[in-house]
Design a protein around this ligand. Structure first.
Ligand code: FPP
Length: 263
C-alpha cells in the first residue's frame, strides 16, 4: 500500500497526517513484530479487573492491523499468548481465548477488505478444538490474499519453536552436514517470511520474553511507555519513524564509520 492508502483513512487535518507524510515508504520495515504488554496495568489504573485490559486491547489490535496493512508492511506479528501464559488464572485464559474467537469472527471482513492473509505461529495443536476451528476458518478464508501477512503468536515460545524446528529437521532426515542457518530457518514456524526488522514492546518493559528468539537476531528494538490498550495508529507510525532514523549495521560498519577508521 502507500501514503495514499494511509491518508485515505486519516481524517484531513488530523495530527496523524503529518506523521504519515514523514514516513519514507521506500524504507519501510518489511516485518514488524509486537509484544503487546500492559493490559493488566491499564485495567489496574482504572480499578477494573485485568480482563478489561485485554478487552480494551482488542481495539488496539484492530487499529494496528489496519495501520500495518495500509502502510504496506509485508508481515505483522502480534504476541497474543505465550507458552508461559498458561500459568495465569483459568478465568483470564478463558477470556483471552474468547476475545480471540470474537475478534476473528468480527474482523474477518476487515481482514478480507484489506487484503490481509492471516496465519498462526505456535503450538496450535494444544489449543482447544473450538479455538483451532476458528483459527482455521480465518486462515482458509484469507489464504488467497496477497497483502500483509498477519501472524498471531499463540501458545508460542521462542525456545519451543527452536526445539520444534530441530525435531522437524530430524524427522525430515536431514544430515548434519546439510544443516546451515538458512536450512534451519526453513523448519521454523515463520519459514519463508522475512525476519522482523522492528520489534516493538509496549508498557516500557525491556525484555524480549521468549519472542521470536531466532528471528530477532538483527531486529531494531523500540520500547514505548504506552500501555497496549492505548496503542493506536499514531504509535505505530512513531515507531516506524524512529526505526527509519536508526543505522543498521548487522555486525559490520557503515561506509561513514569505515571512512573515519581509514583516516
Ligand atoms: C499482556 O498484558 C497481554 C497479553 C498477555 C495478551 C494480549 C492479548 C490480547 C490483546 C487479545 C487477543 C489478541 C488478538 C491478536 C486478537 P499483561 O496482562 O501481561 O499486562 P501487565 O503486564 O500490565 O499485567
Amino acid at each position: 500500500m502507500s501514503l495514499e492508502q494511509l491518508l485515505a483513512w486519516i481524517p484531513a487535518g488530523h495530527p496523524d497526517e503529518a506523521l504519515a507524510r514523514r514516513i519514507d515508504f521506500a524504507r519501510l520495515p518489511a516485518h514488524v513484530a509486537i509484544i503487546m504488554d500492559g493490559n493488566g496495568r491499564w485495567a489496574a489504573q482504572r480499578h477494573l479487573p485485568r480482563v478489561e485490559g485485554h478487552r480494551a486491547g482488542i481495539d488496539a489490535v484492530r487499529d494496528t492491523v489496519e495501520t500495518g496493512a495500509r502502510l504496506g508492511l509485508d508481515v505483522l506479528t502480534l504476541y497474543a499468548f505465550s507458552v508461559e501464559n498458561w500459568k495465569r488464572p483459568a478465568s483470564e485464559i478463558n477470556t483471552l481465548m474468547l476475545l480471540l474467537k470474537r475478534y476473528l469472527r468480527s474482523e474477518l471482513n476487515t481482514l478480507l477488505t484489506n487484503n490481509i492473509r492471516f496465519r498462526v505461529i505456535g503450538r496450535v495443536e494444544d489449543l482447544a478444538p473450538d479455538i483451532q476451528d476458528e483459527l482455521n476458518t480465518a486462515i482458509e478464508r484469507t489464504a488467497q490474499k496477497s497483502g500483509m501477512l498477519f501472524n498471531v503468536a499463540l501458545n508460542y515460545g521462542g525456545r519451543a519453536e527452536i526445539v520444534d524446528a530441530a525435531r522437524r529437521a530430524i524427522e525430515a532426515g536431514l544430515r548434519p552436514e546439510e544443516l546451515d542457518e538458512e536450512r534451519f530457518a526453513s523448519f521454523l514456524y515463520t519459514a519463508g517470511q522475512p525476519d522482523p526488522d522492528l520489534l516493538i514492546r509496549t508498557s516500557g518493559e525491556m525484555r524480549v520474553s521468549n519472542y521470536l528468539l531466532w528471528q530477532i537476531a538483527y531486529a531494531e528494538i523500540y520500547v514505548t511507555e504506552t500501555l497496549w490498550p492505548d496503542f493506536r495508529r499514531r504509535h505505530l507510525l512513531e515507531a516506524v519513524l524512529a526505526y527509519q532514523k536508526r543505522e543498521r549495521r548487522y555486525g559490520g560498519i557503515t561506509p561513514a564509520r569505515a571512512a573515519i577508521g581509514a583516516q
